[in-house]
Design a protein. Sequence first.
Length: 267
Amino acid sequence: MLFRRADGAPLGSIVRFAAHPVAANRRGADWVSGDYPCYVRRSMTERFGGTGLFLPRPCGDQAPLVGSKSILAARRIGAAIADAVTDRLAEVTWDPAPMLRAHHVKVKLPLRADLPDAGPASAELSRLEEDLAADARRGADLWTLKRRTDRIETLSNYLDGRYMEWTGVDPAAQREVAHEIPAFALGRITFVGLPAEPFGDFSGALRTLTHGESLVVFEGANGYLSYLPTTADWERTGYGPNAAMLGAAAGGALVQAGVEAIRGLPP
């Protein structure tokens, strides 16, 4: 989305792209970087004007193909995304300034229910590590090994306090977390914000249930709650579900709340 004054002077832009900002987050690097979103913003500010903003789109663990992570890779990706916008400026249609409409709802999201108390969790982790070593020695199939390592990663995240570190929520002390879901609209375009790092199908589901392509879904809204896989992603297992603090039922509750927030927008 592009914004300008009545006299044509640029006010700014909002660009969204569906990939993790992981082009420049190299371990041991001697820099701190805003990654490619930083360069999207800089490029849009330089080429169009005003203030360039960036919204991350729900993408799960989807990341750009960067090869070797570097500041140059982040700059290249950011510039390419800005190119995709500015190369089509001649096709832009301008609408009169709309009234901003906003609404929000609060939803209770269940935490995952497969985390025992610390003592049993530690015992289970030790047993799984022994079983994994035995399975590896006997040449067990990859799926068996993956199932064990998935559970080991989940228990390690829990026992090492990573869920608490990432989110500020202690899954051992509560069964659910309340969260506000914001929605707002500018003319024909509606925005809805989801917390955490939702997988891409949540964006598709909300579009199907509401305004189609005119709905902009973004992630990380109002705080961080770790990964949010879909039902299918939970079944596939892997890093996303292993790093998820919310339970599998949270996805459906979140979509329902997103639809409610959108439909509650004032006319």
